[in-house]
Design a protein around this ligand. Structure first.
Ligand SMILES: C[S@@+](CC[C@H](N)C(=O)[O-])C[C@H]1O[C@@H](n2cnc3c(N)ncnc32)[C@H](O)[C@@H]1O
Length: 300
């Protein structure tokens, strides 16, 4: 079996929530390299199944390899997870026994030297997770008016220096187009007062551009609109998010479902009144896990 370099985040906590058993069908909306899915298949042996979605072809290739020992028990589809309902319908699966979303970029995407997700090395300003997405980060920094850039950085990056960064991006692009991550980092570093400690000054701008390019919040909202119907009764939905904007959306939807608002179908029970976060040990093994928050809900 090919080694998975990065252990899936909050693995044991997710498996506990999903309660993997033979004969059950699970949907993994963000299958990535297949880390979580592989464990779900392992623990639901010999007959549990996984339907895995990802919109990144490279991720699906890795998942295909990693899950190959479970051939016949999984289906992989290149799709946006917001299409989960129609993917399941196309497979004639009316409901599933557990759904997982492990949101955001994978470590492989983040560490890829040519996709532009990281400010740590130079790459074209791309940031598309799916090869089918039309707009790149470069398009945004080249075309958006200063006021729209500022709003984007403030809303999606919670960046307090949004106005200065936006103005400096516009100033810089009047001289020459902004093409690479390094060029953008230079503009940000010139816009933000030096910080003694804490996160890299480009962190929030990169987060904002990535969220916008990939329409991350819209996808999550669209998925949550369908999600109550995807689950069989007594089964659970588990979502891991990596920034507060996503976590807030998940928290608010789950609370509404648990109160039975706006729907006649059976209510949901919140399994995580507070989000589950990784242990200090997990964070020291995998620093990317530090911002992870997992929330889960059960359809009654
Ligand atoms: C954090 S990784 C998942 C890692 C996976 N749980 C594992 O154990 O290997 C997130 C994955 O979700 C995918 N993704 C993000 N947004 C998506 C969307 N809207 N539709 C489909 N896949 C998405 C990314 O391409 C990435 O591969």
């Amino acid at each position: 079996m090919e080694e998975i370099r990065h252990l899936p985040v909050l693995l044991e906590e997710v498996l506990k929530v999903l309660d993997c058993r033979p004969g059950r069908v699970y949907a993994d909306g963000t299958v990535g390299g297949g880390g979580h899915s592989r464990e779900i298949l392992e623990r639901s042996s010999p007959t549990g199944r996984v339907i895995g979605l990802d919109w990144d072809e490279e991720a699906l290739e890795r998942a295909r390899k990693n899950l190959s020992p479970f051939a016949g028990r999984f289906e992989l589809r290149r799709a946006n997870y917001k299409e989960c309902k129609s993917v399941l319908e196309s497979l004639s699966i009316p409901g599933v026994d557990g759904v997982l979303l492990d949101l955001g970029v994978s470590s492989e995407q983040l560490e890829s030297r040519d996709r532009g997700f990281s400010f740590r090395w130079d790459a074209p300003l791309d940031m598309r997770m799916s090869q089918e997405t039309m707009t790149t980060a470069q398009d945004l920094v080249r075309k958006l008016p200063a006021a729209e850039l500022e709003t984007l950085l403030r809303e999606f990056g919670e960046e307090r220096w949004a106005r200065r960064i936006a103005r400096n991006i516009v100033r810089r692009r009047q001289k020459a187009p902004l093409r690479t991550t390094r060029e953008l980092v230079e503009v940000i570093e010139r816009s933000v007062p030096p910080q003694r400690r804490g996160i890299h000054p480009a962190t929030r701008t990169f987060q904002a551009l990535r969220i916008s390019v990939n329409e991350e919040l819209n996808n999550l909202e669209a998925f949550l609109a369908d999600a109550p119907e995807l689950l069989n009764p007594g089964r659970r939905l588990c979502i891991i998010s990596y920034h507060s904007l996503e976590d807030r959306i998940v928290k608010n939807h789950f609370r509404e479902w648990a109160r039975g608002e706006g729907r006649k179908n059976p209510p949901f029970a919140l399994l995580t009144p507070k989000p589950v976060v990784p242990s200090a040990e997990e964070i020291s093994r995998n620093p990317r896990a530090r911002s992870a928050k997992m929330r889960a809900i059960e359809k009654l």
